[in-house]
Design a protein around this ligand. Structure first.
Ligand code: FES
Ligand code: FES
Length: 172
């Protein structure tokens, strides 16, 4: 293991901070060590989506990124979207739909949905699936999560003026 200590500076949930790190430390490890524990460790291999954060607005697997690759960039975690006391719109709909079982996948799902809602102007099913297909859930069979997401997106779409049909694309 590399032990040399370095620092990395990036904006986390709107606040610029500097953290000690090592060249071999993953962003997920740093975030959880620094208290951003809503971001979950699942597979550690870029296949489950539990660790999804936003990097400059795009959904990204924090388990695949070295912490030092976040230098100068904007990182957002689930803590920026909603808390237990003040949940975001999708989180409220997830609860209303009874879509949460163990809950382990939910922060990653919410971050991918946040990227979708903040990037796209239309929410056609194929665009939604493109954003969400990197987030696995082992409990629910996805149906209630989909119902909750569709309801959130429909509300958001009806609150906006008529939008152009464009898709900017998802990325993990
Ligand atoms: S922990 Fe599974 S994709 Fe990162
Ligand atoms: S609710 Fe358990 S993994 Fe999704």
């Amino acid at each position: 293991m590399t032990t040399t200590t370095h620092t990395v500076t990036f904006t986390i949930n709107g606040e610029k901070k500097t953290f000690a790190t090592r060249p071999d430390e993953k962003l997920l490890t740093l975030l959880r060590r620094e208290g951003y524990r809503g971001t979950k460790y699942g597979c550690g291999q870029g296949t489950c989506g539990a660790c999804t954060v936003l990097l400059d607005g795009r959904a990204t697997y924090a388990c695949l990124l070295y912490a030092m690759q976040a230098e100068g960039r904007k990182v957002r975690t689930i803590e920026s979207v909603g808390t237990f006391d003040k949940p975001g719109e999708f989180q409220k709909e997830l609860v209303a739909a009874g879509a949460v079982q163990c809950g382990y996948c939910i922060p990653g799902m919410v971050m991918s949905a946040t990227a979708l809602m903040e990037t796209e102007e239309v929410f056609e099913d194929e665009i939604v699936k493109e954003y969400m297909d990197g987030n696995l859930c082992r409990c629910t069979g996805y149906e209630k999560i989909w119902v909750a997401l569709r309801k959130t997106l429909d509300k958001q779409a009806s609150a906006k003026p008529a939008a152009k049909k464009t898709a900017k694309g998802a990325k993990k």
